[in-house]
Design a protein around this ligand. Structure first.
Ligand SMILES: [Zn+2]
Ligand SMILES: [Zn+2]
Length: 149
């Protein structure tokens, strides 16, 4: 892809932080469910222009483990952070007829290149006694992202 600012072939960077919007969606007897959206962008290394993006629907269910220490039915997000991830499918697994699973390396040019997101969230109830943490991660093939240039 060409960088719009300098018109050179651009090395792609996943260094920028995702945009994250999270809200407490539902409080049930067993868990609190946080939902929202995370947007990642791939930028040009030379000028920082946005080249492509992907949006992830985030859903994190956090269980009350054991006894609940209080019975607040209202929770708020107290901290949330997200990072952009990048990885490759370096191996593939196949199951043979006799049931054994075989792992074989994939040649670099055939490896699927992924970008993704990792989210961490902490929520707290109104009285402050119950605090829960949850994580979410997802990824998308780089070739399936929406191009912005
Ligand atoms: Zn550039
Ligand atoms: Zn409480």
């Amino acid at each position: 892809m060409l960088c719009p600012s300098c018109n050179q072939f651009a090395a792609q960077s996943a260094d920028s932080d995702p945009e994250l919007e999270l809200d407490v969606d539902q409080v049930t007897d067993d868990a609190v469910i946080v939902t929202g959206n995370a947007r990642i962008v791939v930028t040009s290394e030379c000028c920082g222009d946005e080249l492509k993006e992907a949006n992830f629907d985030v859903e994190i269910s956090m269980d009350f483990e054991g006894e609940r220490v209080c019975y607040c039915d209202s929770f708020a997000v107290v901290s949330a952070s997200a990072s952009t991830t990048e990885d490759y499918d370096r191996t593939k697994t196949t199951t043979l007829k006799d049931g054994t699973v075989k792992t074989t390396p994939i040649a670099p040019r055939y490896q699927t290149h992924y970008y993704g997101v990792e989210v961490e969230v902490t929520i707290r109830c109104d009285c402050g006694k119950t605090e829960l943490e949850g994580t979410f991660s997802d990824k998308i093939p780089a070739s399936s992202m929406d191009e912005l240039v």
